[in-house]
Design a protein around this ligand. Structure first.
Ligand SMILES: [Zn+2]
Length: 245
């Protein structure tokens, strides 16, 4: 089905030369994106995917919103402090685009749930803080054979890598050992939001078939120094996740 006049009006600024074709916009509408979690990075990512017109956005995030979250979690608000994030964040996303279906999962998915969710999706945006969760999503996307965008942040620095398992390095190829982790790590909302938005842009490109996605590359923005770098990633032949593909 073609874009309705109301959809054409909504997306008028992103349709045309150098942005999306109508077919690209229709591809977005036919797509499902899974975003887990939807805090500092996943929140802006889910917001941009919803506003861009991805047909179905599934968000997953457990727990209640707490005051320190509000330096970066753009889907939250003062009124939601002390309340479960996921249903409120989903309502906010729905309020931004009536053409998009938003579903939520109110906890961090287990291995089997992650695989089930990923199988319903065309792309995964992996934005959790813990490496165990990032690896779980990497495994699920590898098994389901769909693209994964992994986003990470610390302080004023963020990284993003775009994976097509079997064709590019996966997360486990790049980190055979878990990187160091601290529970209450420092982060400035402006970097979370920047990395989350870049992850959404990669997803929009991949789902719509526009531009050149950063498959097999890692983008790092060191905001403290004001320096952006992109590097090619190499597959690990003995990777326990994708080595047999
Ligand atoms: Zn791998």
């Amino acid at each position: 089905m073609n874009l309705s006049p109301a959809e054409k009006e909504r997306y008028a600024r992103q349709l045309g030369a150098g942005v999306l074709s109508e077919e690209g916009q229709l591809n977005l509408r036919r797509s499902t994106a899974l975003v887990t979690r939807v805090g500092g990075m996943g929140g802006p990512a889910a917001l941009m995917l919803t506003m861009a017109g991805v047909g179905r956005v599934i968000i997953a995030h457990g727990g209640d919103l707490i005051s320190p979250d509000l330096n970066r979690q753009v889907l939250g608000s003062e009124a939601v402090i002390g309340q479960p994030r996921a249903p409120h964040f989903a309502d906010y996303l729905r309020s931004m685009n009536r053409f998009v279906e938003v579903d939520y999962v109110d906890h961090e998915p287990s291995d089997s749930e992650a695989l089930e969710l990923v199988r319903k999706s065309n792309i995964v945006l992996s934005c959790p803080p813990t490496f165990a969760e990032r690896l779980r999503l990497n495994r699920a996307a590898t098994e389901a054979g769909i693209p994964l965008i992994d986003a990470a942040q610390w302080g004023m620095t963020g990284t993003m890598m775009v994976v097509r398992a079997g064709l590019t390095a996966c997360l486990q190829c790049v980190y055979p050992q878990p990187p160091p982790f601290e529970e209450f790590f420092p982060v400035v909302g402006a970097i979370s939001s920047a990395i989350g938005s870049l992850a959404a842009l990669e997803a929009i490109k991949i789902l719509s078939g526009t531009g050149h996605p950063l498959f097999g590359k890692m983008l790092t923005y060191d905001g403290f120094q004001g320096r952006a770098t992109t590097m090619e990633l190499t597959r690990a032949v003995d990777c326990p996740c994708c080595g047999n593909l």
